[in-house]
Design a protein. Sequence first.
Lengths: 353, 330
Amino acid sequence: MNELRRRFQPEQIRELVLIGLILALVLFFSTQIENYLHPRTFTRISTSVAVVAIVAVGQTLVILTRNIDLSVGSIVGFTAYVTGTILAANNDLHPSLVIGMAVAMGAAMGALNGVLVAYGRVPAIIVTLGTLAIYRTLLVEFSGAKSVLTSELPRWLVNLPPTNAFRIGAIDIRLLFLIALVVVIVFQFIVTYMAWGRRLYAIGSNPEAARVAGFPAQRIVFTAFLLSGALAGLAGFVFLARFGNITVVAGQGIELKSVAAAVVGGVNINGGIGSPFGAFLGALLIDVIDNSLIRWLAISEFWRDALLGLMILLAVATDTIVMNRLRKAWVRHELQTSTSGFSVEQGGARHAT
Amino acid sequence: MRHRAAFLQRWEGLLVVLLAVTVVYNALNAPGYMTLGNWINLFQLSIEKIIVALIMTFIIINAEIDLSVASVMGLSACTAGFLYANGTPMEWAVVAALLVGVAAGLFNSFWIGVVGLPSLVVTLSGLIGYRGLAYVLLEDRSIGGFPQWFNRLGQQPLLGPFPLALIIFFVLLVFAIIILQYSGFGRYVYVIGNNREVARYSGVHVRRTKMILFVTSSTIAALAGILYAARLGAVRGDMAMGFELDIITMVLLGGVSIFGGSGSMWGVLLSVLIILNLRNGMGLANLSGHVQTGVIGVLLILSVLVPNVAGTIQAALKRYRAQRMETGSA
């Protein structure tokens, strides 16, 4: 037990539970749906999870700082549409330029959110509720009620979704899924090992203390929003590649899905707890359920959202009840093992009071 | 404390000016604008949202949020439609739909009040889940053909020129103003919103107050959903989708702080009038619905940004003057 405590933190146990839950669900559905354990199922789920997973990573960065970004759905739609329109007019643009453009567009919109929240001191929920409407309005105005059509897009983009990055056995790892995986790994690394990433946690757990400790809190929150926007822009590109036909309502509702993925993945809505990898697992779990319910004949696929709502609630309830106990147990244990070492300091502290 | 009161007055003052400008603009540009019929029509077009905004004001002042209201509206309307389509008399279908609202409210307040989860997450899951239940009931069908009396309640004037929904709104408005601004319960709502811990230690029933608010919120949302169904004459799974954002915008634009503890029903009433008239004016100026939503989004951000920036500039000026005084005296 002690060995176990030393090896794992409560957050990691939570991630293991999520992985176990996903595996259990896959096993369950494989007994219910014919041909479920086919490589095609993996391909289907992995391509459809890519967009939400990328957005959920950005959402996690923002939620870690005790903020929220409700504008990401509009940013995804805006970048997908505008990139698609530009690409339709100039079919020979270089792919890297196209991706760079989508990311830059998203980053600019994220930066506006960040300036208003960090420097204008307007609560994030108000700013992003406002920009959710504003960015969508800009898109509708820009579009003039037209849509992007797959037939106008260059071949490389249309062929992108079925393109394989590599194969493991019979399982295809699609390029779009690989992009999402790279995003998750890079940001998991950043929040675990880099000073900027650790400061996100510090600000989210106690903004006042982080400020007193001299962290450039405003700049960090600004950057979190900027990155959330940039990732939403990247997701907009993936969205464009995946669907091809883009209307002005593209991406609507992704803001809620990304928050749901983060929360199911163990990101605490009050900041300071959670990780991009957890959010990715959350997105995956939601997508496995979504994709499997459509094929499961026992109940109607319309149960999807009702179940999703219940799932978010249960995830948060277990997080609050079980995780708090676990964390307390860990802290207690650490105190016990370190009492002898720190008794002098404790005595000193008592003396001082 | 006095500082905050002064700021609030200033914001409400700004709202009055804005309202006056839009009303004058509309009156000059549209003949027949200042008629009772037009004003009733203005209200009628978003009456369901306005009704829910009343209870949302309580909840946000209480430092909570209810994102599930629009889904509860959809669920209650779909429940009524589903039961009616399956042979239940409309009267009982309406009662059942209201009970669904009460049940949703009890469910929300169990997780918020008893388990102690943040309302943002609970009602986010409600936003998705209740909408999901509405889809479970109606799938992708649409149900209409309600009895004459039901449609008439939604579409025809009931008392003089006033339709039922408008009468309900005015009655609820009077109650809301009395309860929030002039009753003990209203003071509790503010106290809890200002500082939950202090309220608890002062013997305020924090949980009970929150639970009452969330049950009331879903019940009123269910009522609004039924009124919406009566006005449209048909129900669908995606009814009232996205209304929560409009409703919250109405409340926040009225100067209610998202952190709770401040704001008033008067401010929200002003902001409702402004949004209605602004949309009407923009419609007269040939701006599309999407542009109107965008403008209201800008207004929402400015409503907090402008006082903040003004405060920062004032503080900077004060520092600058103090510095000059110091160097001058030295």
